[in-house]
Design a protein around this ligand. Structure first.
Ligand SMILES: [Zn+2]
Ligand SMILES: [Zn+2]
Length: 388
């Protein structure tokens, strides 16, 4: 099946919503205007229930099918937040807010799920219940986690969840997905080595923290090269190295190093955290100082469930005639929290082969992907909960 005819009719309207959102980007949990528009439109479409304030500025809408006897409830999730990037697209609907931009296409995601909600509320050609989920703060704020903590899954009895992201570089309206681990767990570490500062000409009177931290930068690379199974993925990057003194002739009392860890399994994540703590404590002790390690767990690994992924790929094939196997992504994705609570599938839809990558100041969501994206949402519902 190609895209649904109804989305050809709604295409301009959905694109206009998208451009309005694009012009008015909001960051993290500050999606007040966006959430307001989403809630207003869902009310206007005649949803059975619209609730705001889930996960601070998240919005949830409920659409019951012509029948609900199947007892099935599925969640469809879009993200609403923009990035702290200064837009350089030169578009006539470019961001009106300096330093904020929809550089990840969440304007497109929100508009497409609104379009799907409009269609589903009009037709209700399914047996079950759809819960549309609009989350804030996907870009590092954990809006998905906060919605889950507010009881999203239990309150609406959601049994499985679906998500979608546009992907520059993939042919327009094409799809790609992979089962199992898909997006990486994204963690951070902050390590302070403390020794005894002093005169750089008298190192024997000091406990040199720069030597400790330099050893640590190199030793942390052995997590990937010596501790991890070579078949598994792990990235440990030290990205900041700061001494407490900036002078030429002072051995600093403290050195702080920071960085990020990306992993694709719970086991590897645990291993990386454990080894970072052990290596730094060992180096501190070896050189007569101390290491204070703080390890912050960010987004968990985003895991696509087997059955839902196979189904999602079948739906994609019915729309575009193909669905590629997507590569692993070492970036993080907040949908991981939803997929941890319920089996789910997260799919990529092609934004076209030309144009900038997401998180670039010249990136723009491609409105021509709207019919494919909306059709996928609608078909997920109609095929997963077919009307009798
Ligand atoms: Zn992003
Ligand atoms: Zn994104």
């Amino acid at each position: 099946m190609p895209t649904k005819n109804r989305f050809a009719e709604l295409h301009d309207e959905i694109a206009a919503w998208r451009r309005d959102l694009h012009e008015n980007p909001e960051i993290l949990f500050e999606t007040h205007r966006t959430s307001g528009i989403v809630a207003e439109k869902l009310q206007e479409f005649g949803l059975d229930e619209v609730v705001t304030g889930i996960g601070r500025t998240g919005v949830v809408g409920v659409i019951k099918g012509k029948a609900t006897g199947s007892g099935k409830v599925i969640g469809l999730r879009a993200d609403m937040d923009a990035l702290p990037i200064h837009e350089q697209t030169g578009l006539d609907y470019a961001s009106k807010t300096p330093g904020a931009m929809h550089a990840c296409g969440h304007d497109g995601h929100t508009a497409m799920l609104l379009g799907a909600a409009k269609y589903l509320a009009e037709t209700r050609n399914f047996d079950g219940t759809v819960v549309v989920i609009f989350q804030p703060a996907e870009e590092g704020g954990g809006g998905g986690r906060e919605m889950c903590e507010d009881g999203l899954m239990d309150r609406w009895g959601i049994q499985e969840v679906y998500g979608m992201h546009n992907w520059p570089g993939m042919p327009l309206g094409s799809f790609a997905i992979r089962p199992g681990a898909f997006f990486a767990a994204t963690d951070q570490f902050d390590i302070t080595f403390e020794g005894r500062g002093g005169h750089a000409a008298k190192p024997h009177d000091t406990v040199d923290t720069t030597v400790m931290a330099a050893q640590a930068v190199l030793a942390l690379q052995t997590i990937a090269s010596r501790n991890a199974d070579p078949i598994d993925q792990v990235v440990v990057s030290v990205t900041s190295f700061e001494t407490s003194s900036k002078a030429f002739n002072v051995i600093p009392q403290k050195v702080q190093i920071k960085g990020t860890v990306r992993t694709m399994s719970k086991e590897m994540r645990d291993l990386a955290e454990t080894r970072i703590k052990e290596i730094c404590a060992g180096i501190g002790a070896t050189f007569g100082g101390t290491a204070d390690v703080t390890y912050y767990r960010g987004y968990p690994v985003m895991v696509n469930a087997e059955a839902q992924t196979e189904f999602a790929a079948d739906v994609a094939k019915s729309i575009s005639g193909q669905c590629e196997e997507a590569p692993l992504v070492m970036g993080g994705e907040d949908f991981a929290f939803l997929a941890e609570e319920r089996p789910g599938a997260y799919i990529l839809v092609g934004n076209g082969e030309d144009g900038a990558m997401v998180h670039h100041p010249e990136y723009n969501f491609n409105d021509e992907a709207i019919p494919a994206g909306c059709s996928w949402w609608a078909e997920v519902v109609e095929k997963r909960m077919p009307a009798l």
